[in-house]
Design a binder for this molecule. Sequence first.
Ligand SMILES: Cc1cc2nc3c(=O)[nH]c(=O)nc-3n(C[C@H](O)[C@H](O)[C@H](O)COP(=O)(O)OP(=O)(O)OC[C@H]3O[C@@H](n4cnc5c(N)ncnc54)[C@H](O)[C@@H]3O)c2cc1C
Ligand code: FES
Ligand code: FES
Length: 490
Amino acid sequence: MHNTVRFILAGQVEEVHYCEATRTVLEFLREDKGLKGTKEGCAEGDCGACTVVIGELHDGGIRYRAINSCIQFLPTLDGKQLLSVEDLAPDDNHAMTELHAVQQAMLDQHGSQCGFCTPGFVMSLFAMYHNEPERDVERSEIDLGLAGNLCRCTGYAPIVRAAEQALEADRKDRFTDDEKHSVELLKSIQPAEMLVIKSENGAFYAPRSINELCDLLEKKPQATMVAGATDVGLWITKQNRQLDTVIYLGAVTELKQIEEDGNYLHIGAAVSYTDATASVSTHYPAFLPLIERIGATQVRNAGTIGGNIANGSPIGDMPPGLIAIGARLVLRSSQGQRVIDLEDYFISYGKQNLQPGECVEQILLPLPPPEQIFATYKISKRLEQDISAVCGAFALQLNDGMIKHARVCFGGMAETPKRAAACEQALTGKSWSQDTISRAMLALPEDFTPLTDMRASKQYRMQVAQNLLQRFYLEHSATPYPIRLGVRNV
Ligand SMILES: Cc1cc2nc3c(=O)[nH]c(=O)nc-3n(C[C@H](O)[C@H](O)[C@H](O)COP(=O)(O)OP(=O)(O)OC[C@H]3O[C@@H](n4cnc5c(N)ncnc54)[C@H](O)[C@@H]3O)c2cc1C
Ligand code: FES
Ligand code: FES
């Protein structure tokens, strides 16, 4: 094991020998290093004022991704590069006397007024600047890339214009020029062994293999597992919880893998949404518009499907769709693996089918059978950065105009994500017709007794659940009416 967090900051190797397991990257920058460019707005991953960029070795080069530093724990930076807005500043010592292209564009287009949000926007734009530099970025990509940054002054139009100016093809800057050197520096700090950082109140562990993780979980079954920290981070910043022992899953090789075996797509539990999206949506294109509405770019760069399931929330966005397609879970402990249907993971509110010392290792998505139609829909008050009031998913297999199999699942309608047995029964073996759908809609009150809360009333939830089934039918049958209006396919 090794006991020093090592990462690249300002072009140098930074070493941290001691810190609390849950010290955030934002606290480190502002309080330990005096780098005050990165701002704290909400401290819960919503506003993007704290956006920094993380560089990681990838395919022989460096991959840059924006994350929210307010909810990312410092020791998770081991072996990575941390870039804050200070890295982009003109600096005579580094022979860089001009603003970076994304900063210059913000200036040219009047993209900054009070300036509080500006460093966050600049860092999100910087990550986009390094993403596929050989092509122009489309307007819809700009909207998606900046959805996790809020500005109360500019009205966004000047910022979008700045993005358009900055993100023209053939992007080159000091970081592309220096890439070779940065790659060597990053290679020199790649950890070979488990990181252990002990502190006054506990310890942070970053095991590197599944066996190491299972041994650790056996010895410390009460430890808190952390993947992207987009849920756990808020326990610290919003609930002031103290976590004594943290086990970070992001360095476990096996949990970062995506594989396909002819029957299932295997997604490692610590794969981020960003990394999982292409594989998941190749087989299930209907997941793409849903995933694009989970948080925003910074949240999806850190957060994982494994965390979304493991947290057991009744309103997580992935479980309804995954249950509808018949996804399974591989659970792992030092005793070995067990495989369960995802729907059996959710026992009751706050109670999951996970033993002490066990973790979620993989999510198994069955490859879609022929003639399956599938959709998953999220209903929330805002398009991005909002939690579902209701999330509905439908997977039907059709044969000669008849419904051969039907799996219907909802989030936000019960204490766990739950299948709609009566609705499924009203669909199975019936004709694929409006009559059948109308009957199945009327069956839904037998399946659910939703609650009223701050997101929606119980009446609204039931009505919207029924309407989603109607929408699913309209979208998958020949109809003279346009079904989806607007730019984003949601
Ligand atoms: C601004 C913001 C917006 C968000 N928007 C959405 C949204 O639109 N839709 C949505 O569904 N969620 C949303 N979330 C919640 C969160 O991003 C997701 O639930 C995410 O998938 C959690 O993944 P994570 O890797 O960050 O989990 P973590 O925070 O690391 O962990 C979450 C929980 O799972 C446990 N855990 C993690 N991995 C494992 C494992 N492999 N085995 C066992 N236990 C494990 C942890 O111990 C913890 O209890 C949002 C969060 C934020 C901050
Ligand atoms: S301070 Fe708002 S996202 Fe971090
Ligand atoms: S310029 Fe004031 S918040 Fe964006």
